[in-house]
Design a protein around this ligand. Structure first.
Ligand SMILES: Nc1ncnc2c1ncn2[C@@H]1O[C@H](COP(=O)(O)OP(=O)(O)OP(=O)(O)O)[C@@H](O)[C@H]1O
Ligand SMILES: [Mg+2]
Length: 336
C-alpha cells in the first residue's frame, strides 16, 4: 500500500513561510496532479515528500509509516525532475541500471529489470546509445525508466515534460497515463500547466501561495470552482471576468463566464441568457472554432464561436451570454 497522508505541514525559509498548515490525503494507486502558478510551492512540497527538504512542522506518512526522519533512499520513492539529468558519458542501459547497483541486486536481476522497463517505454533499440544521441522525448523516457526500474511505491514527477515541444508533450502525456495503468502505482505529478493537469489527473490539487485552493476531479474543478482563483486557473482559454456587472446578486462584484458559454446572438434571447453588444478587437480562427475577443463595457471578453466566423477589428457584434453557466464572486474572490 502506498497511500500518503500529509498532516498540517509547514515550510519556512527564515522568515518566509512557503507552505502553511497544509493537509492532503493521497490514495493508493492514485494519479494526483499538483497544479499552481510559478512559486506557489509545488516543488517544495514534492521535495518534502521525497525527503530532499526538511519539514518545518507537521507529518508525512507513506503507507502508514511516518517518514519525516527517513532519508530519501529509504522512502521507496522515485523522483523524475524537469531537467532529466542523465549521466552524459553513460549509455541508456547504464543510466537506467545506475540506481540498481546501489541496491546491490544481482547482475541477472538488473539485466532483467532494465530490459522490462525498456520494453514498457519502447526504448529497447536505444539501449546502447548515449544521451546526446537521443531526442528530448527519448531522454525523458530514459529518465522515467531510471525511476521505474527501482520499482518504487510512489513516483514523484516535477514538471517532467516542460522541456519538450507541444506535440511531444501531448504524446508523452498519453504515455504517462498508460504508464500509470501499467505500473499501477501512486503518482504525484507537478505541473503549472492546467491542460496537463486536466488530461492526466484522477484528482487535481490547486495550490496558490502555499495553500490548497481546491481538491477535486478535473470536471469538478471545471464545473464547480471553489473560488475565483480556481475558476481563472482551470480552463483554456480562461474564464472571462466582468467587473461590476449590472443587475446581479448583492455582494457580487465579478461575474465569471467561460468563452464556450458566449455565442453570437440571433434575434431572440432564450430564457436564462443575456444579450450584449461589443466591439471586435481580435479574431483567432482555429479551424473548428474561432476565438473572438470583444470589448464590452471596459472588459475584454473572449468568446469561443463554433466554426469559422469572419469579422473585422472594430465591427460591432451582439453576443449571447449563457447566464445559467455564469459564476458570481465577491470582492475576496469567494463564490456567492
Ligand atoms: N532554498 C530556498 N530558500 C529560500 N526560498 C526558497 C528556497 N527554495 C524555494 N524557495 C521559495 O519558495 C517558493 C516556492 O518555490 P517552489 O520551487 O516550491 O515553487 P514552484 O511552485 O515549484 O514554482 P515553479 O512552477 O516555478 O517551479 C518560491 O517563492 C521560492 O523562491
Ligand atoms: Mg517547481
Amino acid at each position: 500500500m502506498a497511500d500518503l497522508k500529509i498532516s498540517n505541514i509547514s515550510k519556512s525559509y527564515d522568515e518566509n513561510t512557503i507552505i502553511e498548515d497544509l493537509s492532503l490525503d493521497i490514495n493508493d494507486k492514485e494519479l494526483l496532479v499538483l497544479v499552481g502558478p510559478s512559486g506557489c510551492g509545488k516543488s517544495t512540497l514534492l521535495r518534502m515528500i521525497a525527503g530532499l527538504e526538511d519539514i518545518t512542522r507537521g507529518d508525512i506518512d507513506i503507507g502508514g509509516t511516518r517518514v519525516n526522519d527517513l532519508e530519501p533512499g529509504k522512502r521507496n520513492i522515485a523522483m523524475v525532475f524537469q531537467n532529466y539529468a542523465l549521466y552524459p558519458h553513460m549509455s541508456v542501459y547504464q543510466n537506467i541500471a545506475f540506481g540498481l547497483r546501489a541496491m546491490k541486486l544481482s547482475k541477472r536481476e538488473i539485466e532483467y529489470r532494465v530490459q522490462q522497463v525498456a520494453a514498457v517505454l519502447d526504448i529497447e533499440e536505444l539501449i546502447f546509445r548515449k544521451p546526446h544521441e537521443l531526442s528530448g522525448g527519448q531522454r525523458q523516457r530514459v529518465a522515467i525508466g531510471r525511476a521505474m526500474v527501482r520499482e518504487p511505491s510512489v513516483f514523484l514527477f516535477d514538471e517532467p515534460l516542460s522541456n519538450l515541444d507541444a506535440k511531444l508533450r501531448g504524446n508523452m502525456r498519453a504515455e504517462i497515463k498508460k504508464l500509470h495503468k501499467t505500473v499501477n502505482t501512486t503518482i504525484i505529478y507537478v505541473t503549472h500547466d492546467q491542460t496537463e493537469a486536466m488530461t492526466l489527473a484522477d484528482r487535481i490539487v490547486v495550490l496558490d501561495q502555499g495553500k490548497i485552493q481546491q481538491i477535486g476531479s478535473p470536471l469538478e474543478l471545471y464545473e464547480n470552482p471553489a473560488n475565483q482563483f480556481v475558476a481563472g486557473f482551470i480552463g483554456s482559454p480562461e474564464m472571462n471576468f466582468i467587473r461590476a456587472p449590472k443587475g446581479i446578486a448583492m455582494g457580487a462584484i465579478t461575474l465569471g463566464i467561460r468563452p464556450e458559454h458566449i455565442t453570437i446572438a440571433g434575434d431572440d434571447t432564450p430564457p436564462g441568457h443575456k444579450k450584449i453588444k461589443g466591439t471586435v478587437t481580435v479574431t483567432e480562427p482555429l479551424g473548428a472554432e474561432t476565438l473572438l475577443t470583444v470589448n464590452y463595457a471596459e472588459n475584454e471578453l473572449v468568446a469561443k464561436v463554433p466554426g469559422i466566423f469572419t469579422a473585422n477589428v472594430g465591427d460591432e457584434v451582439r453576443l449571447l451570454l449563457n447566464m445559467q453557466k455564469a459564476y458570481l464572486f465577491n470582492e475576496k474572490g469567494e463564490r456567492v
